[in-house]
Ligand binder design. Structure first.
Ligand code: FE2
Length: 698
């Protein structure tokens, strides 16, 4: 019974949910109208009972005549609430009126006050009026919703028809629409604008309906003639969508989504902001999805490479603003995995994984990090009759797509590097790893019952990794010293004559402590050279190290030498500058607050709401191309960063290999010292010196 009561109570609360869930703005709107209504009601009562008169010229006007005016305006107030706040407004309006009813009934029936009868009728009339308005409004909303649903269903059906033509880009339009909407949201567009962007992106390739299926699915690259024909899909799409006059932006998106920011796109060769904004948004989202999907003529490009393409295309192919937002989307998508890889892993884990000859089959890469991974499996011989024992093993490697490669071209393209192979019995083969060390412990895992079961624990911390392989009877502990700590470490199952089943992987949510793996070799240092005004810094991975902070004053100059670590391979493997504040001026100090992050390749982030950043990136004549930029960073160079302070603005200026950066950070409402420090990704920073442009020391 109690439960039933609770349910009933819950039900009532549920029905009134719209009141509790109403936005702050809606509640304030209602509150203001209630107050106006009360004021008008008081005016109505006072004026109705007043015997006073007002003289207008020689005419006398009794104050009581205004009672009707006040009463009418108060009724309009209720109608406005219903019109603008729908159900919430209706309930509040009805409550207000119903609360007045007993007073009017008592006056009319009990006190026989006949003057209150018109008020009673007026109130009943008002109730009827607001209910009719509400019902009519609900009908219009339902109709609009039905039309919207109809449009969306038609659009989705059309999009499915287009995507079905292209067997390689299934779901492309919907993904582009989702990314585009997120870009619009990140640009603080209104809900309506975000919806417009979504629908435009959803239908951007509608013109492909007129392109022959044989061209869309052609294996290999298109001929020039074929490409010219495929390019027409943007104009065809616009012609189809022009008929939807209610939504003119749909045709605009379809027509201009292949325009380029530098004017080299098609169909009209528009440049910069001549290209409608909606098309500039769709363009970057479209390119991102196209690169991360399989195409008839190539495999998907890896996330790092896609990111690099967007950095390179910022200001040339893409609007720099939306390219930057796309990069942010990629950066926060840390769990991103290519669809193909997910599929491969699922395949590995579902059935039985069999390897006949050594390495004749290989699993997909399992990435190792400082969170311990526990992998369990059963291993049996592929050929039990022949009495050959199974010999399972792991290959330790890194590649941009987390897969093992044997083809030489693919190895080069995917930057494939193999560190070694670890057999389940503790034997190892070392390739690119610096060292591997095995310890056999004659104690098995307590939670293993069968002799063919294995439990593997694997963890990687900086430039060392540990793999513990346990069966029922003993444990092999292998420590691997990697060439550096900047690259990824994957392990992939393989072996010889083994059949692996019941594979499961669990990742620990806690990080292992930094000293969890005993070191078997010293860390390779690239900063063993003379120091400047502060210690040199080796930055093995993204922001894994930061220089000392220097308080920013007008004219501050930071000079230093930077050189990529040997494994650096992407355009953003270069120095960055951070502007921050902390109690001790250190980048890991108490009350750390970061205002801006600026990378030498021209990327930046605002990290604090009180900081408004204006970044001007120009490529001077000294900028050859991105390959030359990477080589410049690999070779190493001396660089200089100057800081100017103008009121609450900090201007950071630097130019390197033709990329000129001028970053203006406007920091408001903050009066503690602001510091600058050097960080980056896969670089060695040495000989760091600080001075004022006047030659003094800060
Ligand atoms: Fe297109």
């Amino acid at each position: 019974m109690k439960t039933a009561d609770n349910k009933a109570a819950g039900g009532k609360v549920g029905k009134l949910d719209f009141i509790f869930k109403a936005s702050r703005r809606a509640k304030i709107f209602i509150l203001i109208h209630i107050l106006i209504y009360i004021l008008l009601y008081v005016c109505t009562v006072i004026s109705a009972r007043s015997g006073a008169v007002i003289y207008i010229g020689e005419n006398k006007l009794p104050v009581s005549a205004f009672a009707g005016v006040f009463s009418s305006v108060s009724n309009i107030c209720l109608v406005v609430m219903v019109l603008f706040q729908k159900k919430f407004g209706l309930i509040v309006s009805l409550l207000i009126i119903i609360l007045q009813m007993p007073i009017l009934i008592v006056q009319a029936v009990v006190q026989k006050n006949l003057t209150s009868i018109p008020g009673l009728f007026s109130t009943i009339f008002t109730i009827a009026m607001i209910v009719i308005i509400y019902l009519n409004q609900s009908r219009i909303v339902r109709e609009q919703k039905r039309m919207q649903d109809l449009f969306e269903q038609t659009a989705t059906a059309l999009v499915n028809a287009i995507d079905a033509k292209d067997k390689y880009t299934c779901g492309h339009s919907e993904r582009v629409a989702e990314y585009s909407r997120r870009l619009a949201e990140m640009s603080n567009k209104s809900k309506e604008e975000c919806d417009e962007v979504y629908h435009t992106a959803l239908l951007h390739d509608v013109g492909k309906i007129g392109i022959p299926i044989s061209l869309i699915n052609k294996k290999g690259k298109l001929t020039d003639e074929e490409y010219e024909y495929v390019k027409q899909h943007s104009v065809m799409g616009a012609q189809i969508l022009e008929k939807i006059t209610e939504y003119p932006y749909l045709a605009i998106g379809a027509r201009y989504h292949h325009e380029r920011y530098d004017g080299k796109g098609y169909p009209d060769g528009l440049k910069g902001e001549e290209i409608p904004e909606i098309a500039r948004i769709v363009s970057v989202a479209d390119a991102y999805d196209a690169m991360t999907s399989i195409r008839s003529y190539r495999d998907p490009i890896t996330q790092d490479k896609v990111r690099e393409e967007i950095v390179k295309g910022s200001g040339t192919q893409f609007d720099p603003h939306y390219a930057r937002l796309m990069l942010q989307l990629i950066d926060i998508d840390t769990e991103y995995e290519m669809k193909e890889r997910v599929k491969a892993r699922e395949n590995d884990m579902s059935g039985v994984f069999s390897v006949g000859e050594h390495r004749s089959a290989m699993g997909d890469g399992i990435i190792l990090s400082s969170r311990m991974k526990t992998i369990r499996m059963s291993v049996s011989s592929c050929d039990e009759d022949a009495g050959i024992p199974p010999s399972p093993s792991f290959i330790l490697f890194d590649s941009l797509d987390g897969k093992i490669h044997t083809d030489e071209r693919e190895k080069r393209e995917r930057l494939y590097i193999e560190y070694g192979e670890v057999y389940f019995d503790g034997r190892t083969e070392t390739f690119s790893a610096r060292k591997m060390q095995t310890t056999i412990i004659e104690v098995g895992a307590a939670d293993i019952e069968n002799k063919d079961e294995y439990k593997i624990e694997a963890v990687r911390i900086d430039d060392h990794a540990m793999i513990r392989i346990a069966d029922k009877y003993r444990t092999a502990e292998i420590i691997i010293s990697l060439p550096d700590s900047s690259r990824y470490l994957y392990i992939a199952l393989t072996g010889e004559n083994c059949s692996i089943s019941g594979l499961s992987i669990i990742r620990n949510e806690e990080n292992c402590p930094d000293d969890y793996i005993p070191r078997i070799s010293e860390k390779i240092s690239y900063i063993d050279v003379a120091e400047g005004d502060m210690p040199n810094v080796q930055i093995d991975g993204f922001r894994s190290g930061t220089s000392e902070g220097t308080e920013i004053k007008d004219g501050l100059k930071l000079t230093f030498h930077t050189k990529c670590l040997p494994t650096a391979r992407l355009v953003w493997h270069c120095p960055s500058i951070i502007l921050f504040s902390s109690d001790n001026g250190k980048a890991d100090g108490p009350n750390y607050r970061e205002f801006a992050f600026m990378r030498f390749d021209g990327e930046f982030w605002e990290n604090d709401k009180s900081c408004l950043t204006m970044l001007e990136v120009t490529k001077t004549d000294a900028f050859e191309n991105w390959d030359a930029w990477m080589k410049h960073n690999m070779d190493g160079y001396d660089t200089e960063v100057t800081f100017r302070v103008e009121g609450n603005k900090i201007i950071v200026i630097t130019e390197n290999a033709g990329i000129s950066i001028r970053d203006t950070a406007e920091i408001s409402g903050f009066n503690k010292p602001i510091y600058a420090a050097i960080t980056g990704d896969q670089i060695a920073v040495t000989n760091i010196r600080r001075s004022y442009s006047g030659g003094g020391k800060p």
